[in-house]
Design a protein around this ligand. Structure first.
Ligand code: GLN
Length: 189
C-alpha cells in the first residue's frame, strides 16, 4: 500500500524521493480521495499558514484529521509539527490538533533562521544525524503521552505520540534515510 505525502505546499518532492529511496510506493495527496487505501502519510515542511488554508479550502482538513485520529501512521516535519500540534503559542493558526504539544513558530531566533546541527538520536544508533533547521518551530511543552526521542538545546526536536512522529528539522534535505526508515519500519505497523 502506498505512503502518502501531503502535497499542498512545501518540501513534498524531497520527501517523496526519500521515501522512494527507502523502497516505498508514494502517492501525492491533494484531495480527500487520495487518502483512500493509504498506509502512512508524511506532512512536509513549508508554511503552516498556507498548508492550513489550502487544507481548509478543500475537503481535506476534516478527512485528514479523522484518518490520523483513527491511527494512520503520520510523520510531520517542521510545518508538519505545527499542523499536528494542539497548541500554537501566540498564534491563532488552525491546526489538526492531534498531538499533545505546544509549539512556537520560528522560535529559534532571527540570526539562526536556518542552521545545521549534529544530533544524537539514540534510536538510530551511535552515528550522529545531520539535522537541518529552517525557520523551525520550537516545541515548548509536551504532554505526558508524548515520547521525546531527541533533544537540541534543551528542547525536544523529535517526538512521537502513538501513530504520530514529528521532527522540527528536515531529514528529507540530507541523504540520510535513517529517520524515514524508522518511520516506515516502526511507526507504520
Ligand atoms: N516557519 C514555517 C512555519 O511557521 C515552518 C518552516 C518549515 O517548515 N521549514 O510554518
Amino acid at each position: 500500500m502506498p505512503v502518502g505525502v501531503l502535497a499542498m505546499q512545501g518540501a513534498f518532492r524531497e520527501h517523496r524521493l526519500a521515501l522512494e529511496r527507502c523502497g516505498a510506493a508514494v502517492r501525492e495527496v491533494r484531495t480527500r480521495g487520495d487518502l483512500e487505501g493509504l498506509d502512512a502519510l508524511v506532512i512536509p515542511g513549508g508554511e503552516s499558514t498556507a498548508i492550513s488554508l489550502l487544507l481548509r479550502r478543500g475537503e481535506l482538513f476534516d478527512a485528514l484529521r479523522e484518518r490520523i485520529a483513527s491511527g494512520l501512521a503520520t510523520y510531520g516535519t517542521c510545518a508538519g509539527v505545527i499542523l499536528l500540534a494542539k497548541e500554537v503559542l501566540g498564534n491563532g493558526l488552525k491546526t489538526l490538533g492531534l498531538m499533545d504539544l505546544a509549539v512556537r513558530r520560528n522560535a529559534y531566533g532571527r540570526q539562526v533562521d536556518s542552521f545545521e546541527v549534529s544530533l544524537t538520536i539514540p534510536l538510530l544508533g551511535p552515528e550522529p544525524f545531520r539535522a537541518v533547521f529552517i525557520r523551525a518551530p520550537r516545541i515548548e511543552r509536551v504532554g505526558s503521552g508524548v515520547e521525546v526521542l531527541a533533544m537540541y538545546d534543551g528542547r525536544p526536536v523529535l517526538v512521537r505520540q502513538g501513530n504520530c512522529l514529528v521532527s522540527c528539522f528536515h531529514p528529507e534535505l540530507t541523504a540520510d534515510l535513517r529517520l524515514h526508515r524508522y518511520f516506515l519500519e516502526n511507526v507504520l505497523q
